[in-house]
Design a protein around this ligand. Structure first.
Ligand code: GAL
Length: 469
């Protein structure tokens, strides 16, 4: 059912698993700062230790081997490598840590997919304006080049930035992620814009300086729900769905894959709302400069994080300067959908298939990696998590159908996550792991859930001996 070379993976992110927040010269990141402020995270928890993967990497590797993964997606902690965010000072201990991780993976026939940025900006850069500052793009480019130079002989799959819309919106509009800003209706668009500029600069650097020798591929991980009209055929709901898709998936995918600029629907939604509010400045959605590297064509594959679906209807509280008013939509859950752990996670495996088909049709049949997909549990731990087993199976079956019946060029699937970990503002209360982590145990023991064992069996059944790249 799955093509040769299909990547069977699992994913993690540095801040969520590593711990060692001050170890061996690491600089602080915005998540260190955010968690140490009162009232930010569930029960004042933080990622100071998390799964302690900084010290227990060998244990993680055992989990990876036990599952038989062909690929492992990890992220680098920018502040562990470059404590103040710039290449002026390199923390060699950080380099050694990631060298070991990468070498160990390769020695186990596991290909690394490496994310350069998964929400954890060095605090020193936040102090200079963070993602809102224009200069961040060039600084990110230097960091990216440093990583290509240092690890690119062995890493062939790169993600520059994970989920820019989540960083932008939750971190700068809603204030529930680091850096905790609530500058509604403006900051998130600026942050998203600078993230696209940063990504494009790094892609161009890779393309001209590293690709000829390293021969890898670079993309940006876009999270998207599948969205469909609440009342199919109803003109208003159809338009609302189009607007919502343009302002979420389209926000990043349109510039990368279609025009090099934001979708027209998105710009006009924002601008018409500005007009209604009597906002007189220039568009709150910035414009790309012709003097900078082009955005169009700077994704070598489509990296998709998919978790859930929504039904969309018109009207989302007009009259305020905020993203919700700009979109002017209401997203609702279908009562038949199973809610898995956290309230936002309505599981809709068929939504993934529809989204994959939409991506194929809208973005020119790109190669797609599903870089995240998973299911959480909350409350008393269930090691025999039969329901999650079913959800993985149902979802992977939909991926198979997308490949076979819809002709989508899906190249891999990464389960979120290898381990239970620090789930951002939810702390350790939400468990997404294929492996349970006992956070009350000094050794932070990892034990496979039934879903982990079954995912491993599925991989065994489907992977072919030549799958390792
Ligand atoms: C994604 C994020 C991950 C993880 C996951 C589950 O948005 O990239 O870090 O937290 O959601 O909520």
């Amino acid at each position: 059912m799955f093509p040769r070379g299909f990547a069977w993976g699992a994913a993690t992110a540095a801040y969520q698993i590593e711990g060692g927040w001050q170890a061996d010269g690491k600089g602080p990141s915005i998540w260190d700062t955010f968690c140490h402020e009162e009232g930010r995270v569930f029960q004042e928890q933080d990622g100071d230790v998390a799964c302690n993967s900084y010290e227990l990497w060998d244990k993680d590797l055992e989990c990876i081997q036990q599952l038989g993964l062909t690929h492992y997606r990890l992220s680098l902690s920018w502040a562990r490598l470059l404590p103040d965010g710039t290449t002026r000072h390199v923390n060699q201990k950080g380099v050694q840590y990631y060298n070991k991780v990468i070498d160990d993976l390769l020695a186990s026939d596991v290909s690394p997919m490496v994310t350069l940025y998964h929400f954890d900006l060095p605090q020193a850069l936040q102090d200079q304006g963070g993602w809102k500052s224009e200069g961040i793009a060039a600084i990110f480019d230097s960091y990216a080049m440093f990583c290509f130079q240092t690890f690119g002989d062995r890493v062939k799959l790169w993600i520059t930035i994970n989920e820019p819309s989540v960083c932008a919106k939750l971190g700068h509009e809603d204030g529930v992620h680091a850096p905790g800003l609530k500058e509604q209706g403006t900051a998130a668009y600026l942050v998203g814009h600078n993230m696209l500029r940063a990504h494009a600069m790094a892609w161009h650097s890779y393309d001209s300086l590293f690709r000829p020798e390293q021969k890898g591929a670079v993309s940006l991980a876009i999270n998207s729900d599948w969205l469909e009209p609440l009342r199919p055929g109803c003109e208003e709901d159809e338009a609302a769905t189009g607007r919502d898709l343009a302002c979420t998936l389209g926000w990043f995918a349109w510039p990368l894959f279609v025009t090099g600029d934001y979708p027209e629907i998105m710009r006009s939604a924002i601008d018409s709302q500005s007009e209604k509010l009597g906002y007189s400045g220039s568009s709150r959605l910035p414009r790309f400069s012709k003097d900078e590297p082009a955005i169009l064509g700077t994704a070598d594959f489509f990296a998709l994080n998919y978790y859930t679906s929504r039904k969309v209807t018109a009207g989302g509280g007009r009259g305020q300067m905020c993203m919700k008013s700009d979109r002017d939509v209401e997203e609702v859950l279908d009562p038949s959908w199973f809610i898995c752990g956290v309230s936002w996670l309505a599981v809709v495996p068929g939504g993934l298939r529809k989204l994959l088909k939409y991506i194929k049709d809208t973005f020119g049949s790109p190669a797609v990696y599903i870089t995240e997909n998973g299911f959480s549990q909350v409350g008393p731990v269930q090691m025999e998590d039969v329901r999650r087993c079913e959800l993985f199976k149902d979802t992977i079956l939909e991926v198979a159908k997308a490949i076979e019946e819809d002709g989508v060029d899906v190249r891999g699937y990464f389960a979120w996550s290898l381990l239970d970990n620090f789930e951002w503002a939810d702390g350790f209360s939400v468990r997404f792991g294929l492996f349970h982590v006992d956070f009350s145990d000094a050794e932070l023991r990892r034990t496979a859930y039934r879903s982990g064992r079954e995912y491993g069996e599925m991989i065994m059944k489907h992977k072919r001996p030549t799958d390792v790249q």
